[in-house]
Design a protein around this ligand. Sequence first.
Ligand code: SF4
Length: 306
Amino acid sequence: MNWQDIARETKINSQYLYPEKIPSSIKSRFTKSDALKRQFEFSPQELEVPGGNPDPIGDELKSQGGGIIHRYQNRILFTPTQACPINCRYCFRKNELNQGHKFLSPSLKRLKKYLSEHPEVDEVILTGGDPLILSDSKIKEILDTCLQSHIKYVRFHTRTPIAIPERLDQSFLELIRNYESKFKRIFFVLHTNHVDELTQPVLNKIKNLQNFNISLLTQTVLLKDVNDQPQALKELFELLVETGFTPYYLHHPDKVKGAMHFYLSEEEGMQIYKELRKICSGWAIPHYIVDSPHAYGKKLVINQLI
Ligand code: SF4
């Protein structure tokens, strides 16, 4: 089955306030992995645990319309879609995606105009939603829009290879081959939180990306009762390095409305990170960061450890 068929066949279960969407290959592994089940299956705790913010990192405050979020001087976020291959229960945009928020609706016309007015921007970060759920032709259109401006760097943030590894098919690899030298650098940032996500089919597909002149990075969210053990993080980061990826960010969980059952305190997080540094080599350890709820951006939690 090709990736489009898998994406089409993944039904959205809308009986919950935050709909469930889980590809069958992931769902079939719930009995063997609590880490998968907790990340993707609805839990009543979403409605029971109070607190959290609908926009925990101030996306809307920094929105420039048309899917553009401008938080840092030299780089912008662009949300080319609000769709994802899977709905993660901890998602920091779970109250924003597909909830009628106009600021997340993408406009390539707006992107083109915004870039022409902002010569200080040299990087476009594609996030969402998940850019890899788009067709190759749509991705090409976005890359061409960036190429028509002064953009040097493009970054894909994606969880799709975990949910639908088939997405990294020959056609997508050819697309990467076509664009790898057109920018100063393309960055491919895989979002993954637990070693149970990295099945052999996933590893086989993501390994193929090593054949290209692009940077392979990863991003992980620290999540209560999923990966809040130094040993679990060590296993994940070491396997990623073995597969050609550099662990880049370990995110402290945001205070998300409907996902507070994944939250742990910064003190707990720092303790886990301290222990991780004792058992894991520096080349496998990502920056441990926390996002500001006031849209100021990321700060290194490590600074508080010294
Ligand atoms: S893939 Fe990313 S944006 Fe989509 S639900 Fe998961 S965490 Fe949120």
